[in-house]
Design a protein around this ligand. Structure first.
Ligand code: HEC
Length: 151
């Protein structure tokens, strides 16, 4: 039993150490981390979009869950762009990001504010409000990708 406990503590220590490096000291991890966050953002955004377009039935509760997820996901990618060397870590991030990091960060900040506004609109249950907030939120993707993401 004591031995098992020791193993458990050792495993926890190793996993804590692994977490400490994720996204913040290793360039490849940083790229994986931000790409994973963007993938989750895309899934949640796509589902809301399909509901608003009537491709799948509108479900106010699910929209709320999706926007809760987006509000939580929206802050995640950005610290992984500050890791030194992530310019060359692979992926589709353009060097323009680090040439004008202030502008990139401003776009990331606006994206997060619009994610919060979308979450608030979803809580109202008002489809017109949700549509307007979603259009504003969705506009952030292209505005940033056109300038800062390859292809
Ligand atoms: C402020 C800039 C910015 C905003 C806003 C933004 N993105 Fe991105 N996105 C990027 C960059 C930069 C990359 C490339 C990341 C990399 O490969 O390192 C990216 C990559 C992606 C990827 C590819 C992930 C992969 O696995 O390679 C998807 C999908 C994506 N974004 C979806 C979205 C969606 C959907 C939105 C809006 C709801 C959005 N992004 C908003 C900058 C942004």
């Amino acid at each position: 039993m004591k031995k098992l406990f020791t193993i458990f503590v050792a495993a926890a220590a190793i996993s804590a150490a692994a977490h400490a490096t994720t996204a913040f000291t290793d360039a490849k991890d940083a790229v994986d981390y931000r790409q994973s966050a963007f993938t989750m953002i895309r899934h949640n955004t796509g589902d809301i979009g399909e509901m608003l377009q009537g491709k799948v039935p509108f479900d106010a509760k699910r929209v709320q869950q999706r926007t809760d997820a987006l509000a939580a996901l929206a802050p995640l990618p950005w610290p992984a762009f500050s890791t030194p060397g992530t310019e060359s870590g692979g992926g589709d991030a353009k060097p323009e990001i680090w040439a004008d990091f202030k502008d990139f960060t401003a776009k990331a900040d606006k994206f997060q504010l619009d994610a919060k506004a979308l979450q608030t609109a979803a809580q109202s249950g008002d489809q017109a409000k949700i549509k307007a907030a979603f259009a504003a939120f969705r506009g952030n993707c292209k505005a940033c990708h056109d300038k800062y993401k390859a292809d």
